[in-house]
Design a protein around this ligand. Structure first.
Ligand code: NAD
Ligand code: MG
Length: 390
């Protein structure tokens, strides 16, 4: 029987790769819904190519354009946040969560509440509300499959293993655009420079987060939340070749590494085919041609993001939501040229310190409280951005 699938954020980088894999095996999938933002032309093209039942744009203002682009196709069209949640409730076997940012949380939760398997690219869901997301899945007997490359790698290394036998988990980082820059140059890094990744082709926001190591910081928290290992057991290491994605160390000293090309179609395809393994169109590594793999410790003085992630894991509660909200606001500030590259970490640290002191982080992790923490964090970060500009 064909697997019924829905993709949240189908027009993005992860979304397009997911569409490509589904389009290559049309007999295996029935596409229930595709969702996107303002790129209505791409959304309509994908919906037609995959014969989706429903196409949803997150923006009400884009409704008429999407409707026009799908005229005569028989594909249902909807717009707005309510329509996204409604799409999450349509019966499906597998849902890809690939919206970028905190906006991805609610649709993923809604899909899990219906018992649907959730392929989770949206790391912000675990950073802001990991315990809520996993409790929702458990209550419905639903499965969450990690799609971030490091977490897919850990998941795969753990197949057949006991989590209790895990001593440590190591996630790798390419080091991003500025890994070889002298630290004095970082303050004047431009948007264009921060938006080009040495190894991975990804959306702009995660690419900039890779340069600041905020992406790796989020992934430390994601590892802690998803696999339930303590912060002290999780490490990040710079591995410029991006061929080993993560390693799991067991109590007998064995280290199991997941090795593959930097191509998200592996992690997406693994989740799409799970629990089977099927052929995937990713390059096969030629080890003698690669020759060597290198590693070095991350420089936390240069990139405070990793230190901040450790503080967030120790604080727990709503600290992740505050961290993420502040990071998103600071990233917007950098993208819009309001603050410099290094200001992002200062603003996140300031926001975390201020909201911890005002004890805004101890409330229960519910969707409402996460949204409120996110809102407070963005406001606090915005005030800090304005004062830096002034
Ligand atoms: P992207 O910017 O390329 O695409 C984002 C998608 O989300 C688009 O379809 C966009 O229309 C939609 N979207 C954006 N804002 C929205 C909103 N407010 N409401 C509804 N829809 C909205 O992003 P991406 O690089 O594909 O990343 C998607 C997620 O996957 C992120 O959480 C990212 O951290 C994670 N991820 C991405 C990669 C990668 O290779 N790109 C790797 C690992 C994890
Ligand atoms: Mg990753």
């Amino acid at each position: 029987m064909a697997r019924r699938v829905t993709i949240f954020g189908s027009t993005g980088s992860i979304g397009c790769n997911t569409v490509e894999l589904i389009a290559a095996a049309p007999e295996r999938f029935d596409v229930v819904a595709l969702t996107g933002g303002q790129n209505v032309a791409r959304l309509a093209e994908q919906a037609r190519a995959l014969s989706a039942n429903l196409a949803v744009t997150a923006h009400e203002a884009c409704y008429a354009d999407l409707k026009a682009a799908l005229a005569g196709s028989g594909i249902e069209v909807a717009a707005g946040q309510g329509a996204l949640l409604e799409a999450a409730g349509r019966p499906a076997d597998w849902v890809m969560s690939a919206i970028v940012g905190a906006a991805g949380l609610a649709p993923g939760l809604a899909a899990l509440a219906h018992g649907t398997t959730l392929a989770l690219a949206n790391k912000e869901s675990l950073v802001t509300a990991g315990p809520l997301l996993l409790a929702t899945a458990r209550a419905q007997g639903a499965t969450v499959l990690p799609v971030d490359s490091e977490h897919s790698a850990i998941f795969q290394a753990l197949i057949g293993e006991e989590i209790a036998a895990v001593e440590r988990i190591i996630i790798t980082a390419s080091g991003g655009a500025f890994r070889d820059w002298p630290v004095e140059k970082l303050a004047s890094a431009t948007l264009a420079e921060a938006s080009s990744h040495p190894n991975w082709a990804m959306g702009q926001r995660i690419t900039i987060d890779s340069a600041s190591l905020f992406n790796k910081a989020m992934e430390l928290i994601e590892t802690h939340e998803f696999f339930g290992v303590s912060p002290g057991q999780i490490e990040a290491v710079i591995h410029p070749e991006s061929l080993i994605h993560a390693l799991v160390g067991f109590r007998d000293g064995a280290l199991m590494a997941h090795v593959g090309p930097p191509d998200m179609r592996h992690a997406i395809g693994f989740a799409l085919n799970w629990p089977e393994r099927r052929h995937l169109p990713v390059a096969r590594l030629d080890l003698p041609a690669i020759g060597q793999l290198t590693f070095r410790p991350p420089d936390e003085a240069r990139h405070p993001a990793l230190r901040l992630a450790r503080e967030v894991m120790e604080t727990g509660g709503l600290a992740g939501a505050v961290f993420n909200g502040a990071k998103e606001a600071a990233l917007d500030g950098f993208i819009h040229g309001r603050i410099g590259f290094l200001d992002m970490a200062h603003i996140v640290e300031h926001t975390l310190t201020k909201l911890t002191r005002d004890s805004h982080m101890s409330a229960e992790i519910t969707l409402e409280n996460v949204r409120e923490a996110d809102r407070l964090a963005r406001n606090t970060a915005e005030t800090a951005i304005v004062s830096r500009q002034g």
